[in-house]
Design a protein around this ligand. Sequence first.
Ligand code: NAD
Length: 284
Amino acid sequence: TATIINGKEIAEKKRMEIAEEVSKLKKLGVTPGLAVILVGNNHASRTYVTNKEKACKELGMNSVLIELPEEISEQELLSKIEELNMDDQIHGILVQLPIPKHIDEKKVIESISPFKDVDGFHPINIGRMMTGQNAFLPCTPYGIMVLLEETGISVAGKHVVVVGRSNIVGKPVGQLFLNQHATVTYCHSKTKDLKGHTNQADILIAAVGIPNFITAEHVKEGAVVIDVGINRNEAGKLCGDVAFAEVSEKAGYITPVPKGVGPMTITMLMFNTLKSAAESLNRN
Ligand code: NAD
């Protein structure tokens, strides 16, 4: 049976390292500061935002929550972002998605200074990531790489199959694996013979958003299975994309939901905010 990759434990270890670096930076007169913009009153978004603020405080960072009404105009939001771009106490700017339909999400993301884009969603950071330059890496994909590294799982030469091709998870995680010399296959909703592909995977990434989507039949004996999904099953219980019980009989390693990939996402956001603050020292 599979070894369970304990994301919560690894996240805690990383957070302790980050807290230490934060206190060093503070001695140099810089406190990392994250601005989180929440537009409207989405319940899940509010929970995410609260957790991000809490994590900042725990690690000794500053956080500012900017709550804006649902009906705010695109121009008003862009002006707020511009203000934060200019604010030297703020090292990271995050606009909690989704934002209301009348606002152009791409425009908003591109208005954030690439130096403060701690989500790693700005096209400049995506391009830098693709070409292997210094960049803010998107938090969930980055967290997955750290989970593997901390577990001692090597990536070079492995066949990685990513199921899902979203801009925030599937696409960038495949790119990060490619940067580390894996052979990468992307599968998505139009893929034919999904099982034929996933069964080739030494490392299988499930980022689909459907409970129990990946079953034992999809998995090669001994594979590493990373479950990115955060879903609710019929009983309302939190679950991933992987049928955990049966897949863990067959896999070599597996991440649970909760306490797998989830805790790493906020941790890497904290890391990126710290990185931004540290790099701001060299620019000034
Ligand atoms: P998304 O809906 O944007 O993308 C889902 C992807 O799955 C699509 O690219 C689609 O092509 C693919 N897909 C859908 N049906 C398929 C099928 N039948 N066969 C093969 N592929 C199929 O979702 P997302 O934003 O990438 O999120 C995926 C999951 O990860 C969700 O459950 C989300 O809640 C979760 N998530 C978790 C974290 C975290 O911190 N752990 C972060 C972001 C997203």
